[in-house]
Design a protein around this ligand. Sequence first.
Ligand code: SAH
Ligand code: SF4
Length: 385
Amino acid sequence: MGVTLDLSRAGAVTPVRPNLSGLTRPALAAALVDAGVASPEKARMRAVQAWRWIHHYGVTDFGRMTDIAKETRAALAEHFRLDRPEVVERQVSRDGTRKWLIRMAPGVEVETVYIPDVGRAGALCISSQVGCTLNCTFCHTGTQALVRNLTAAEIVAQVQVARDDLEEWPSPKEDRRLSNIVFMGMGEPLYNLDAVADAIDIIADNEGIAISRRRITVSTSGVIPEFQALGQRTQAMLAISLHATNDALRDVLVPLNRKYPIAELMAAVRAFPGLSNARRATFEYVMLKGVNDSPAEARALVQLLKAIPAKINLIPFNPWPGTDYQCSDWGTIEAFAAILNRAGFASPIRTPRGRDILAACGQLKSESEKLRASARRSTALPPDA
Ligand code: SAH
Ligand code: SF4
């Protein structure tokens, strides 16, 4: 009985063809050999060809790989996929910010946000997980349970979707609109480092999407044990979500601080591979009214970062339904920034972007889920219709 059942279940599962967009160069060559699409001798050459079509031209159809023999293209299509995930919703803000709700699989949706005039030309804010296991008290994503880690293909797909919409294929070397990538969407990238590192290898490759590692920033709430691996494997830029200058407060705002307190965090940043005045760490500091925004805290921040090549990014708090926090007054934020500037820190205030389409930091996903839910309610359909 049990055996019959097992067999029938095995028969019902169609093996999923892997999406080639998520394979690094060596993995791509190996996959072609494993699938019998290329001989071990020809695998590297085939991988170079396929790579260019996928990551330089952005093709989603094996049929367009015109320098690859027809039979080989057919074999590729039989074993692999190249399609994009579904874009469920696309919004453009008055300020030019674009947001896509992307469905990776049923129930696995992420939001990706493009912000023009940030970095060299424009930055794409991408997600590494659906939901988050950490519970930073000011973050809306933190109120959602982790659904799952994204795969490398799903991380790369966010860049591809943005490139499709910005009409940036073949991948331009100059005059590009998408010039920077920040892992500041949903999730804690250092809890999904394997996929994040593979995705960075793919995105940074010079014969493809070609976004330099120096223009890729990974933001973490402070998962210290992964810092060395992050630096060594990705050579990406580091951003730390600091938000407080003493452990008592940071314990509350970023509960991971109880495990990795500020002194240890600072030591880990100092030891981050490749940190220098030309490659500074960014410290993110969310401005919460009456919580962490006093002049004394600005001075404490200066003391804390004195010996570190650092930039500070002040983020006005973006409120969400149900939060007790409020954004600091503009004058308070400016006074805070002035203290940092006087001490020699570049400390731009991150102007909230895309608030009209709920694309600002900490407003991602659940907010639009709520809106969709209320839209469903207003059409008076049963919830699962
Ligand atoms: N998990 C990672 C990366 C994603 S969060 C991290 O915590 O660093 C990206 C940034 O947005 C973090 O600095 C986070 O603290 C900040 N953030 C989260 N919620 C916010 C909110 N409601 N308003 C402003 N910034 C917020
Ligand atoms: Fe997770 Fe970052 Fe939000 Fe904290 S701030 S809950 S680590 S996404």
